[in-house]
Design a protein around this ligand. Sequence first.
Ligand code: THU
Length: 130
Amino acid sequence: MKTDEEILQIAKEASERAYCPYSKFPVGACALYESGNYYFGCNVENSSYGLGLCAERNAISTAIAQGEISKLIKIAVYSPKSDLCFPCGACRQWIQEFAQGYNTEIVLQNNGMVQKYYINDILPYSFKLL
Ligand code: THU
């Protein structure tokens, strides 16, 4: 199982692949599952600004496309432009969807150190159908 430091490093490397000519704000994410598998993604922007995709949803979409069905236990998010690069509201809802009842850890970088939060703390009272 990858450590927090390792998934943050993978998120950092993923941020180097970001396509962000409009915001110039690269983001990388690495999603770690209960299976031990992990998937990474970067943000992908578009000249039609609203169509941009966040790094977290790119990583989670990749996991789904690869057939991942286990719980999302951790997701690291990194931007070279900002410490504590928290997931946006839409990505928090996506993380909650694939947590499947687990209190997923959000792994961020602050001053070169790992700082962790829980999805249930940063998205309380979230919408759930199931
Ligand atoms: N972004 C992410 O990739 N993840 C987030 O959770 C917040 C924002 C991206 C979207 C856009 O390409 C850039 O950061 C600036 O908002």
